[in-house]
Ligand binder design. Sequence first.
Ligand code: ACD
Length: 130
Amino acid sequence: MDFAGKKYKMISSENFDDYMKALGVGLVTRKMGNAVTPTVEVSEKDGTYTLKTSSTFKNSEISFKLGEEFEEETVDGRKVKSVVTKDGNKLIHVQKGEKETTIIREFNGDEMKAILKVDDVVCTRVYKSE
Ligand code: ACD
């Protein structure tokens, strides 16, 4: 897993405000969410992955085995049932709750691209390893 153990820092974000709006996130939280540049770290041990997203506003940490459903509380407070699968260099994270959301994290060398989808909204966030 060449992406495990690396720390990625966000360098660009498109449509995150629309993504948050589609999820019903309020103005103040959206402003904060739009202002921060999170870091993402993925690690793996004995088949258990940990994905840590950190920012000066909110943090999130999930642990999972590929293909196994787990409960997740998202940073905007949704309680969802999530499954992460791996397709080559992509981790595909499906979150089922009131709305279904998908986060595809694609790893290429020192870059990680996160593509977040809900309804017909697509948000793209690019990260670079430090
Ligand atoms: C990423 C995005 C991580 C967040 C993905 C979805 C959250 C849904 C709505 C956002 C609500 C509030 C925004 C607050 C903080 C934004 C940064 C979160 C860091 C844990 O992987 O790029």
